[in-house]
Design a protein around this ligand. Structure first.
Ligand code: PLP
Length: 406
């Protein structure tokens, strides 16, 4: 008899997006003339930068001729891409990362979800709340939790975000081995300072733990005092893995390219305490289960670092950040406390009521769709997330309608 992985049965169905869809469709049936403005989705809306499109086309042409055609590439990514990433994203910021520590992949979602499989199933795992749901669900699938009770899985250590800590979680009270951090954060838009992150790195070193650092929104960091990479912090090469993505940076959500950084000095341990380089394990995993990102996509990603590409990406990010600033200023003017929107495309708003009630009010009174914070964890209750991924015209119209209705 074929048996299932029963850990999958522990997964709590996420009603978030189906619930949103149902409420939106009910509203649309009742108000067919009203055009809805969607500020709920965590997906970009503007086209790929021209430099990427040009490189993409040129690479497709190479594939069209026998003399320049390429078959399987190196699983870890082509050197041309790994080298420019190491130089521009890390060495240029004083972070000692080499090209062979970069693993190019088709997404930070898969990498941040898959990375846990190289660790033992009996480690203690700490995950922020609220946060991107992938970290929790993949640990449930791997059998590292018990059942869900009251919205939380037994066996996980939740790192609470709240208005007291500005949604930058404190160190856990019980010892943990694997720590997920996401900054700038999805959904809150909060960004940890150098000092706050250094505490986590020090904790990981003292406890021989590892930090999985998701920096998918790194390009949105504007404040020069904030670290763009965890490797800007002292001692982090021994204890941190970093996930990056071209998705939000350069509009690659539908094109697919990301990378994971695994320093060669980052160690995990055998039962008997012998150190094993995590780089070796991830390299083994990656080359066994992944067959590289398509050549044209890697050329398109490389173009992000060309002088034209850099300018275009900067412009793209500035466009969304201008939306974010506009949303935050308007919501604050209405008397709502906000986090994010300064180094992030997300604004996290204290709705002063329950998440769904505030969601319904924005939908029914203003025709604006947001995301209820409760969908990102227990600590998200009472908050909503508004996304800056839309046109400025739509954002302005949405804010006018909200101002007139609240
Ligand atoms: C969007 C997002 C990612 C994802 O990206 P892909 O590279 O598109 O798979 C990863 N982490 C967080 C927190 C995100 O919001």
């Amino acid at each position: 008899m074929i048996k299932i992985n029963e850990n999958y049965l522990k997964l709590q169905a996420s009603y978030l997006f189906s619930d949103i869809a149902r409420r939106v469709s009910t509203y649309q049936q009742a108000n067919p003339e009203q055009n809805l403005i969607k500020l709920g989705i965590g997906d970009v809306t503007r086209a790929l930068p021209a430099a990427c499109v040009e490189a993409f086309h040129a690479a497709v042409d190479e594939m069209a001729s026998d003399s320049t055609f390429r078959g399987y590439g190196p699983e870890q990514g082509y050197d041309f891409l790994r080298e420019v990433i190491a130089r521009e994203d890390f060495q240029a910021r004083g972070a000692a990362i080499e090209a062979d520590e970069i693993f190019v992949s088709d997404g930070a979602k898969c990498d941040s979800g898959n990375f846990q499989e190289i660790f033992s199933s009996d480690i203690r795992v700490a995950i922020p709340d609220p946060v991107y749901p992938v970290y929790v669900d993949t640990n449930v699938m791997a059998g590292r939790t018990g059942e869900a009770r009251d919205g939380r899985y037994e066996g996980l250590v939740y790192l609470n975000g709240n208005s007291d800590n500005g949604f930058i979680p404190d160190l856990p009270e019980q010892p943990v081995d694997l720590i997920y951090l996401c900054f700038p954060n999805n959904p809150t838009g909060a960004m940890a300072t150098r000092e706050q992150l250094q505490k986590w790195v020090d904790y990981a070193r003292e406890n021989r733990a590892i930090i999985l650092y998701d920096a998918a929104y790194e390009a949105f960091i504007q404040d020069d005092s904030l670290p763009h990479s965890i490797y800007e912090l002292e001692g982090s090469r021994e204890v941190a893995v970093e996930f990056r993505s071209f998705s939000k940076t350069a509009g690659f959500t539908g094109t697919r390219c990301a990378f994971t950084v695994v320093p060669k000095s980052c160690m995990a341990y055998t039962e008997s305490g012998e150190a094993v380089p995590v780089h070796d394990l991830w390299n083994r995993r990656h080359t066994t289960k992944f067959n590289s990102v398509s050549y044209p996509v890697q050329r398109a990603a490389e173009a992000v670092y060309s002088p034209e590409g850099k300018g275009q990406v900067k412009e793209l990010v500035a466009y969304y950040l201008n939306n974010a600033r506009y949303i935050r200023e308007n919501m604050e003017a209405l008397g709502y406390r906000c986090i994010g929107g300064e180094n992030s495309p997300y604004i996290w708003i204290d709705g002063k009521t329950d998440s769904w009630e505030f969601f319904d009010r924005l939908l029914n009174d203003a025709g604006v769709v947001c995301t209820p914070g409760a969908g990102f964890g227990k600590c998200g209750e009472g908050y909503i997330r508004i996304s800056a991924f839309n046109s400025f015209e739509n954002v302005r119209e949405a804010m006018t309608r909200i101002s007139n209705s609240l």
